[in-house]
Design a protein. Structure first.
Length: 96
């Protein structure tokens, strides 16, 4: 289920999403997307004590890049990227 794009939330289309005309490749891995605006996300990251790496990852999340691409950009292994994404998802600023 997709979150609403209201109440200041940002919804980025994931690669696996179908377009309104029914096109799109559902076999491609869905990319994480932001659920909060940058300023609100920064406050949540600071309030919850997440690291600078969490912040860097949040800024790279755009609804287009897969977990693998994010790991390459950060220079981190997939296990760490999954852990960081889980933390961001738990705080409510990213959705996978």
């Amino acid at each position: 289920m997709q979150p609403p794009a209201s109440n200041g939330q940002v919804r980025w289309a994931a690669k696996g999403d179908r377009n309104s005309d029914g096109t799109g490749n559902a076999d491609e891995p869905a990319a994480p997307y932001r659920t909060k605006q940058v300023d609100e996300a920064l406050r949540l990251i600071e309030r919850t004590g997440l690291s600078r790496m969490h912040w860097r990852l949040f800024l790279l999340v755009d609804g287009q890049r897969t977990d693998l691409e994010l790991g390459r950009l950060l220079g981190r292994d997939q296990h760490e990227v999954y852990r960081l994404l889980y933390d961001l998802e738990r705080v409510g600023i990213v959705h996978r």
